[in-house]
Design a protein around this ligand. Structure first.
Ligand SMILES: Cc1ncc(C[n+]2csc(CCOP(=O)(O)OP(=O)(O)O)c2C)c(N)n1
Ligand SMILES: [Mg+2]
Length: 444
């Protein structure tokens, strides 16, 4: 309340203040003329409420649906690979930088060759990580091998970084008997116990996209309880963030103070659905604050920025027992999978622009070269070595026997229930009656 009062009244006001009837007063003009004071009556201005103090306001004010400015995007390198002045980043040694770049090239070459193999009818399915090589490799480089990964399906680079061999990738894609999943999963549904990488899941009626998010929170909580120097890390797409599991996982992680990194690859598309048909928020990063989670938006095509952000996030997650949300802005340069033709719903120019102007490989290569750590010769040696290894891996994977048919029914139940035994019997009868329709290389 604001009052204009005389000197006498002012003295009364002082008395009232001393007797705690009013909270404070501020002199606006000299009191011997005609003092004007602001008197704040003792109406409380804040309310103690679970979660902290809440200020009262006399204004009817709705929180805006958006900030005036979008959350800025952290980057270290510009589109041409030049370091921005005053850029903050975690130093990367020559050894790590060269491995990062080499693995980015390997991932891209592996994708190209498997993709072609699928087009030739040698693989049933494939999905590339084209355009997202920096997110894959730089985040893996910033993590420790003890950190437990809960992937979607566009992050095989994390496995590659951890030492999954091209032969192991090929065995899974060809579903042969050396595949750890015994040929029961679609190609690109990799997993490795040894490398702390949960198997990508495609179980229908589960949320393929995000079932791993709440699981990652549980694993992170357990790592915290065991006082491990490790966190859980889950990768997912913008489409995954539109699933209910994403929201449940964020809330759960915040409340349980679980050391988990949520790394969202916002690549603009969930198959043919653009992000504008998925959410009206400023992307995904702003959702962290709603759940009380520290968050950052990063240029996902800048390997140095990804490395630094994930490195810092990991430190905070483990030391401070808190989840962190990272939104990596990127673009899915490839089709969603070999079952998709993305030129039906987006322009070839758009794809080409991202591939050329914002290419994560050429950008990082420029920086590595500017340090004197890479050359044209190193590039061509690497490429011919990877090509040779890939072709050999495919040759071996293709000629390796398939897993026995029994495995379609094993490993779920200790004693298979009646309905599964019936199904196995039916399959075997069908094969007997139509042997020509059954692949000859699958042992019965
Ligand atoms: C719960 C659920 N809904 C739909 C699908 C079908 N589906 C498979 S991948 C995909 C798009 C996912 O997009 P995003 O999460 O953005 O990942 P991106 O493919 O872009 O890397 C959809 C809709 C699914 N697997 N699971
Ligand atoms: Mg997407």
């Amino acid at each position: 309340m604001r009052l204009a009062i005389s000197a006498t009244t002012y003295r009364m006001v002082l008395l009232l203040r001393d007797s705690h009837q009013i909270q404070s007063l501020v002199i606006v003009t000299p009191w011997w003329i005609r003092s004007q004071v602001l008197v704040h009556t003792k109406t409380p201005i804040v309310m103690d409420f679970p979660g902290g103090k809440v200020a009262f306001t006399p204004e009817i004010h709705f929180i805006s649906e958006s900030n005036e400015e979008r959350v800025p995007c952290y980057r270290v390198l510009d589109d041409n690979g030049q370091q921005l002045t005053n850029s903050q980043f975690v130093p990367v040694s020559k050894e790590i930088a060269v491995k990062m770049y080499s693995d980015m090239v390997t991932l891209q070459m592996m994708d190209n060759i498997f993709y072609e193999a699928q087009r030739q009818g040698r693989l049933s399915f494939y999905a590339t990580a084209f355009g997202e090589e920096a997110i894959n490799i730089a985040s893996a480089a910033a993590l420790s091998p003890d950190d437990v990964i809960f992937p979607q399906y566009r992050e095989p680079g994390v496995l590659l970084w951890r030492g999954f061999t091209l032969q192991e990738f090929a065995n899974q894609c060809f579903g042969n008997k050396s595949d750890y999943g015994k040929g029961r999963q679609m190609p690109v549904h990799y997993g490795s116990n040894k490398l702390n990488y949960f198997t990508v899941s495609a179980t229908i009626a589960y949320s393929l996209l995000t079932q791993l998010l709440p699981n990652a929170v549980g694993a992170a909580y357990s790592l915290k309880m065991d006082e491990k120097d490790a966190c859980a890390v889950t990768f997912f797409g913008d489409g995954g963030s539109s699933e209910g599991d994403f929201h449940a996982a964020l809330n759960f992680a915040a409340v349980m103070e679980a050391p988990v990194l949520f790394i969202c690859r916002n690549n603009g598309w969930a198959i043919s659905t653009p992000t504008s048909d998925q959410f009206r928020s400023d992307g995904v990063v702003v959702k962290g604050r709603a759940y009380g989670i520290r968050s950052i938006r990063v240029d996902g095509n800048d390997a140095l920025a990804m490395y630094s952000a994930v490195h810092e996030a990991r430190e905070m997650a483990i030391r401070e027992h808190r989840p962190i949300l990272i939104e990596a802005l990127t673009y899915r340069v490839g089709h969603h999978s070999t079952s998709d033709d993305s030129t039906r719903y987006r322009s070839a120019d758009e794809i080409e622009w991202w591939n050329k102007a914002r290419n994560p490989l050429s950008r990082f290569r420029t920086w590595v070269e500017s340090n004197g750590w890479w050359s044209d010769e190193a590039e061509s040696d690497l490429r011919s070595k990877i090509k040779k290894e890939m072709l050999e891996a495919i040759r071996v994977a293709e000629k390796t026997e398939k897993p026995n048919l029994n495995h379609m029914f094993s490993d779920v139940y200790d004693v298979p229930p009646l309905n599964l035994r019936e199904q196995e019997l039916l399959v075997r009868q069908a094969i007997k009656s139509h042997p020509q329709d059954y692949p000859s290389d699958v042992p019965l």
